[in-house]
Every structure is written in structure tokens, then in C-alpha cells.
Design a protein around this ligand. Structure first.
Ligand code: 3HC
Ligand code: NAI
Length: 698
């Protein structure tokens, strides 16, 4: 019937099947195909019931995001949904895989829904900076009540089939989508069940209409963490309209909100981030068809801060882990922390009550590196010293199985150098996780000189399997993220010498949308680490040194750049720090000046972007969007600003280059001069994006 939608009639049941890989997104062709299929079924006098289902791995996963921002092609989704809902014959959506966004909205316009038991149903539009634009905000509250609808629409996370069944979103859990949908449709026809149109059913709205706090409390709980984002608030307003207004008026409100978000800067940046994340999984320079090695078991060396978090990430994905330590005490400590972490999450309701035991059972704690023999991937997370790393990798040569991928979680050390300590450098690479490793999504995959393509593909694929976002980077000091961060650190310190205060700098950075400023971050990590390393290298940083000399190591001592009440992580400005800074400046004969917030922002961000340009020119990152992925998922860069390189393009590279030149002179710091690549792009009036293949994001 159409290339992407087929029509079959089985006796009196019509089966309309979407087949548009990879995810059956609602492109113009799919919308047209569904429209024609349903219309044909309605017009066919032999047909008494209609099933809408999908081939391939999933039910419709949403609108086709690549069409956003382009001129709309008929038929519109609203037109398709209206045809389905007004069909005089029952339409059943038969769901498997993920019914997301516009996909779930199609299902909600059907009269009944059934799903396989592993199906997921959700309205994740907020994650793209949008709200559901095809009736989802009006029909879902009518299907499941406003409380769960707010959770799904404002939070954006999908629910599973069993929760959907309980909530009344689906009627039945079925074995196969097509066969189950057909059987259900036959039953409807045989029983002459009435058509259930959600638009006409306000029964589940009654409670919230009588007591609006049911709705407002649900919204408050979900928007707590939505700082700076427009979409969650607009989505909540649209659900509010379902409670306050008749269906058609609610739809109109939803449409207005959707179009406003769609045309705004935030959604544009968030759609860019969606594709940047997927692009980052495609490794530049690896032959097509390179297959990952099989990874059935993983060994992790070191059960410290990082090793423990990494082990949890694998256990969370059901992959068994051998966790290796040097002694019983260290092992016991590490295992104990993981157990406590899991229990705390279960107590908060984050994971089921039986999950801690199940997940801990996947982690086999052992003493001695000789136990890594059955692992297909070994991740080293021992102390950050080259000598220790070399010793460990030397031993891996002896104990790891041939073909095992050997990864280091080093933050700064040279992986090429580490690889030299083994006879199998082709298997060595970096897998740089971020702390806390069980939470942070980024994994920088460091490609060393001799890393084999299939080892690299293995690391990228396993990172995705454990729900991390991989970004492939090259070898350099600090790789992409920490190397750029060092530039920000340098400027933040210099700003204190010029008259800014830690709280002023941090406030500018958090107002921009970062979760933390550099000084609060320093307090969290511990100021003594840098102090010791400076002493070892004979380097001074007078203000930071003075803080440490006064015993102010950060949160762990209750005092650092800020003070902390016992048991609290809230950073409180401390007049003692101001005094200490003033005294240090007086001792050094430095004059304070008023530093503006604008200057702070420029000096925090532009030097990082400059470093990003160097990273691109050196080929350490293959694409500007890979750098953005590193910052989005490793450092909490606000997603509505796309990432530092994306944001730089929106500011304008000419402006950034000019300001860097200005600060280079003004602060007598030649390292701030614009990098050659930045200067070239600025002079040519180009963007970082011009360096990349055209993005799918509009
Ligand atoms: N439109 C266009 N392309 C899409 C897409 C979409 N909605 N969803 C996924 N794709 C593409 C990806 O870009 C990727 O392409 P590539 O292979 O060329 O890189 C391919 O499909 C496979 O995607 P994933 O790598 O993400 O595959 P997974 O199996 O890991 O995940 C998924 C599948 C859960 C469906 C995930 O892709 C996803 O979350 N997609 C987005 C879902 C979404 O946000 N839907 C709402 C869209 S907005 C909307 O519907 C508006 C409506 O209210 C009007
Ligand atoms: P940690 O000190 O908390 O843990 C290291 C663990 O390794 C200790 O428990 C130690 O007993 C164990 N260990 C030492 N030698 C060993 C060996 N030969 N075999 C098995 N275990 C051994 O250190 P942390 O913070 O977990 O760091 C580990 C690595 O991860 C370092 O390379 C660090 O640079 C890197 N990293 C650290 C981050 C952080 O924020 N802490 C972030 C990203 C990377």
C-alpha cells in the first residue's frame, strides 16, 4: 500500500503495520501511510475492527525529529489522529518496544491499547525541550489521571507495561503485538464493546478539578530540578489546561505551547544534543562493519571511589563483575560502600527492594590480580601514578585472557605510555568515567596510538550497554574534559587576585546553568590534593595555599572557599575567606578592582572554548559535537545551551576571538590569545558547526 505502511485484512480485522526502520518515527510518509490505511479500513465494508501495529524493533518512537524546523508536510499528525479517533470501527494500538512521544499520542487516539510485557510507554518531549504536541497533554491525564500524567509528561520518563496496565493506559498485556492486537480486536467486535474515546472521558480529571493541589503538588515535585529549562513548566501548564478547560480548548493551548517551544532556542539546542549524543557513538576512522568483541564478564581493578562506581554501573546492566583489590580490608570497605549505596537508593524508592541483593550478587569481590582470567574487559581504577599503572598493566599481560580489552580509568596519564608496559598495546585504551561513576553518564573512550579498531568499538558499545554516553577522544593531558576545565580553573584563580570573590564567580557560573561553580567544586573535591601536588612540583598559588595552610581543605574539614554547617553541603560565603584573600593581596602588593559579572562569564567560558579549538585542531576530538557531549554528560553543562562549542557558535566566534585577544592584553596572559583554528573561523565568519558533517538537527 505504501513503502512504509502495509495493509492486510484477516477476515473482518484490518491490520495496518508501520515498517519504517530504525524506530518507525512519524515521517510524512508514515503519517500518510497510517492515514490511508485507516481510511481504507473504515471504507471497507468487510472490516469490523482495526489494529495499528509496527514491524521491527519498536512501536512508533515519536515524531521524526529530523523534520522539525522544516516546512510541515501533509498530512499533519492531528489530522491522522482525528481520523483514527472518529473511526466508527474500533481501532486498537498493539504496542511493543517503545511507544514514545507522537507514537504514544497515536496510541492514545486509538480506542484501545494493548502491549507486550517489555514495552515502554512515555512522552519524553521535555527532554527535547518540547511538550507533547499531538494531544498527549490532554489525552494522557484522561487515561491515567493527572498525577501520573504529570510524572510522565513533565518528568519525561516512560513507564513499563505492567504499570501502564495498572494505570489504565493499556487494556491487556499480550504475547506478540500483531497477534495479540488482532485477538483483542476480535474480542471487541464479538462483544460489541463501545468505542472508548479519551477526549470524551473526563472521569479521571474529577478529583483534580475538585482539589487542584493534587496537580500542583505533582508539578512542584517534578519541576524542582528543572532550573533554567522552559519545557517542563510549559508542559505542566498544558496538563493544567486539561484539568481547567474543555478538550478542544486544551488542545489549542497545547498547540500554542508546543509551537513556542519548537521555535525557541532551548529546544533547538536540546535537539542538537540528542543527535550529538548519537553521533558520538560513531567512531571516526574505524572501518565500516568493525564488530565489537564479545563482553560477557568484566574485571575491575581497585574498589575505591571510581572502581566501586564503575562496578555498580555494570551490575546495574546485569553484567557480572570481578572486583579486584590488593587486600581484604580495602575490598571489604569497597564492597560495604556499594552495598550502602544500593540500600540508600532502594530506601528512596529509586530501585526495587530486592535490587541491592541481586546487584551485589553480580559483583564478585576478590583479592589478587591473578583473578582476572575470565574477564573479556579489564578496567583499571587504581592509584593515579604512572609507576603503579605500569606495574598493573605488566601483570595483566600475564593474567588477562588473550583478546581481552584492557582499559585504564586514568584522569590524566598518558595511555600510550601505559600501553608500552604490555605486549598487547592493540588491546589497551582509556575508559575515563566521571565521579560518581554510577551516576555520571559520560565515558571518555581514549584511543591510544596502537589501539585496535575492534577494541575501540568494543569500549564504545559496552559503554552504551551500561547506559553511559561514550565520546572517543585522543591522548593528551586531561583528555577533552579536564583539559578544558583546567583553563577555567586557571582563570577562576586569577580572578580572585584581581578582586572577585569565590561566591561571585560561582554565582555567575551557576546562573549560566552549570550545577556548580569552580570554587564550590574545589571544596567538594578537596583542596589538599592540589596543594600537595603543587608542593611536589614547587608551584605556588598564594590564595589556595593560604586556605590550606589555615586547614581549610573544603567540605571534608567544614571550611574551604566557603564554610559548611555540620552535616550540610550548602556552601556559605565566609567573611574569613574574604579577609584571607585581602591579606594575601596586600602582602603581594596587588590592587583590587571591581570585576563585572560579564567579565567573569567571558573569562570562565571563552578560554575553555579556545582550548576546545586547539583540541579540534590536534584531532584529539573528531567533531565539535563530541566536545559538547563531554561537557553535557560529564560536567553538567546546561542542555538548553547545547554544549560549549554549540554555545560558542550562538555567541559568535568573532566576538569570542576579539574578547580573548582583549583579555590576553589586559591581563598580560598570552595563553589567552585565540587559537589559530578559532581565529581562522572567526576571520572567515564561520562556526564550529561548519567543520562537521551537516547535523540531522534542524
Ligand atoms: N526521529 C528521528 N530519528 C530518530 C528518532 C526520532 N524520533 N528516534 C531515534 N532516531 C534515530 C536516531 O537518531 C538513530 O539514528 P542513527 O542510527 O542514524 O544514529 C536511530 O534512530 C536509532 O536511535 P538510537 O541509537 O537512540 O536507538 P536506541 O535503540 O538506543 O533507542 C529510542 C531507541 C528509545 C527510540 C531512542 O532513539 C529515543 O529515545 N528516541 C527519541 C524518542 C523521542 O524523543 N520521541 C519524541 C519525539 S518528539 C515528538 O514526538 C513530538 C510529538 O509530541 C508531536
Ligand atoms: P581511590 O584511592 O579511591 O581508589 C583506588 C583503589 O585502588 C584503592 O582502593 C586501592 O587499594 C586500589 N589499588 C591500588 N593498587 C591496586 C592494584 N594493584 N590492584 C588492585 N587494586 C589496587 O582512587 P579513585 O579516586 O577511585 O581513582 C582511581 C583512578 O580513577 C585514578 O586513576 C584516578 O585518577 C581516576 N579517576 C578518579 C576520579 C575521581 O573523581 N576520583 C574521576 C575519574 C578518574
Amino acid at each position: 500500500m505504501s513503502e512504509v505502511v502495509s495493509f492486510e485484512r484477516h477476515d473482518n480485522i484490518a491490520v495496518v503495520t508501520v515498517n519504517s526502520p530504525p524506530v518507525n518515527a512519524l515521517s510524512a510518509a508514515v503519517r500518510g501511510g497510517i492515514f490511508d490505511g485507516v481510511k481504507r479500513a473504515i471504507d471497507d465494508p468487510q472490516v469490523a475492527g482495526i489494529v495499528l501495529t509496527c514491524a521491527g524493533r519498536t512501536f512508533i518512537a515519536g515524531a521524526d525529529i529530523t523534520e522539525f524546523g522544516k516546512p510541515p508536510q501533509p498530512p499533519g499528525l492531528a489530522e491522522v489522529l482525528s481520523l483514527i479517533e472518529s473511526s466508527p470501527k474500533p481501532v486498537v494500538a498493539a504496542i511493543h518496544g517503545t511507544a514514545l512521544g507522537g507514537g504514544l499520542e497515536v496510541a492514545l487516539a486509538c480506542h484501545y491499547r494493548v502491549a507486550t510485557k517489555d514495552a515502554k510507554l512515555g512522552l519524553p518531549e521535555v527532554k527535547l525541550g518540547l511538550l507533547p504536541g499531538a494531544g498527549g497533554t490532554q489525552r494522557l491525564p484522561r487515561a491515567v489521571g493527572p498525577e501520573l500524567a504529570v510524572k510522565m509528561i513533565v518528568g519525561g520518563d516512560p513507564i513499563g507495561a505492567s504499570e501502564a496496565l495498572k494505570a489504565g493506559l493499556i487494556e491487556e498485556i499480550v504475547e506478540g503485538p500483531a497477534s495479540g492486537g488482532e485477538a483483542f480486536a476480535r474480542k471487541l467486535v464479538a462483544e460489541k464493546r463501545p468505542l472508548r474515546k479519551l477526549r470524551d472521558d473526563d472521569s479521571k480529571l474529577a478529583a483534580a478539578r475538585a482539589d487542584r493541589s493534587i496537580f500542583t503538588n505533582a508539578v512542584a515535585a517534578l519541576t524542582k530540578k528543572a532550573r533554567g529549562l522552559d519545557a517542563p513548566f510549559a508542559a505542566a501548564d498544558a496538563v493544567g489546561a486539561a484539568i481547567d478547560l474543555p478538550f478542544e480548548e486544551g488542545l489549542k493551548k497545547e498547540r500554542e505551547g508546543f509551537l513556542k517551544l519548537m521555535n525557541g532556542d532551548q529546544s533547538k539546542a536540546q535537539r542538537y544534543a540528542f543527535f550529538a549524543e548519537r553521533e558520538a557513538a560513531k567512531i571516526a576512522g574505524v572501518p565500516d562493519g568493525t564488530k565489537p568483541r564479545n563482553v560477557a564478564r568484566v574485571a575491575i581493578l581497585g574498589a575505591g571511589t571510581m572502581g566501586g562506581g564503575i562496578a555498580m554501573s555494570f551490575a546495574n546492566a546485569g553484567i557480572p563483575v570481578t572486583l579486584v583489590e590488593t587486600g581484604e580490608d580495602q575490598l571489604k570497605r569497597g564492597m560495604g560502600i556499594m552495598q550502602k549505596n544500593y540500600e540508600a537508593t532502594a530506601a528512596r524508592g529509586g530501585i526495587p527492594a530486592d535490587a541491592p541483593a541481586k546487584r551485589m550478587a553480580l559483583i564478585n569481590g576478590v583479592v589478587g590480580i591473578e583473578n582476572v582470567g575470565d574477564a573479556d574487559l579489564v578496567i583499571e581504577a587504581v592509584f593515579e601514578t604512572m609507576a603503579v599503572k605500569k606495574e598493573v598493566f605488566g601483570k595483566l599481560d600475564q593474567y588477562a585472557k588473550p583478546g581481552a580489552v584492557l582499559a585504564s580509568n586514568t584522569s590524566y596519564l598518558n595511555i600510550d605510555e601505559i600501553a608500552k608496559s604490555t605486549k598487547r598495546p592493540q588491546d589497551v585504551l582509556g575508559m575515563h568515567f566521571f565521579s560518581p561513576a554510577n551516576v555520571m553518564k559520560l565515558c571518555e573512550i581514549v584511543r591510544a596510538d596502537k589501539t585496535a579498531p575492534d577494541a575501540l568499538v568494543t569500549a564504545v558499545s559496552i559503554a552504551r550497554k551500561i547506559a553511559k554516553v561514550p565520546a572517543v577522544v585522543g591522548v593528551c593531558d586531561g583528555f577533552v574534559g579536564n583539559r578544558m576545565l583546567a583553563q577555567r580553573g586557571k582563570q577562576s584563580e586569577k580572578l580572585l587576585f584581581e578582586g572577585a570573590l569565590p561566591q561571585q564567580v560561582d554565582a555567575v557560573v551557576t546562573k549560566f546553568g552549570m550545577p556548580m561553580g569552580p570554587f564550590a567544586m574545589g571544596d567538594l573535591a578537596g583542596l589538599d590534593i592540589g596543594w600537595r601536588s603543587r608542593k611536589d612540583r614547587g608551584i605556588k598559588s598564594e590564595i589556595a595555599d593560604a586556605l590550606c595552610e589555615a586547614g581549610r581543605f573544603g567540605q571534608k574539614t567544614g571550611k574551604g572557599y566557603y564554610k559548611y554547617e555540620p552535616g550540610s553541603r550548602a556552601a556559605l560565603p565566609d567573611p574569613e575567606v574574604e579577609k584571607l584573600i585581602d591579606e594575601t593581596l596586600a602582602r603581594l602588593g596587588r590592587k583590587k578592582r571591581v570585576v563585572s559579572d560579564d567579565e567573569i562569564l567571558e573569562r570562565m567560558m571563552y578560554p575553555m572554548i579556545n582550548e576546545g579549538a586547539k583540541i579540534l585542531a590536534e584531532g584529539i576530538a573528531a567533531r565539535p559535537s563530541d566536545i559538547d557531549v563531554v561537557w553535557l554528560y560529564g560536567y553538567g553543562w546546561p542542555i538548553y545551551r547545547g554544549g560549549p562549542m554549540y554555545w560558542a557558535d550562538t555567541v559568535g566566534l568573532k566576538h569570542i576571538a576579539d574578547r580573548l585577544s582583549f583579555y590576553a592584553k589586559e591581563t598580560n596572559d598570552p595563553s589567552l590569545e585565540p587559537a589559530p583554528l578559532l581565529k581562522k573561523l572567526a576571520d572567515e565568519g564561520k562556526t564550529f558547526a561548519s567543520l562537521a558533517a551537516p547535523s540531522k538537527a534542524a
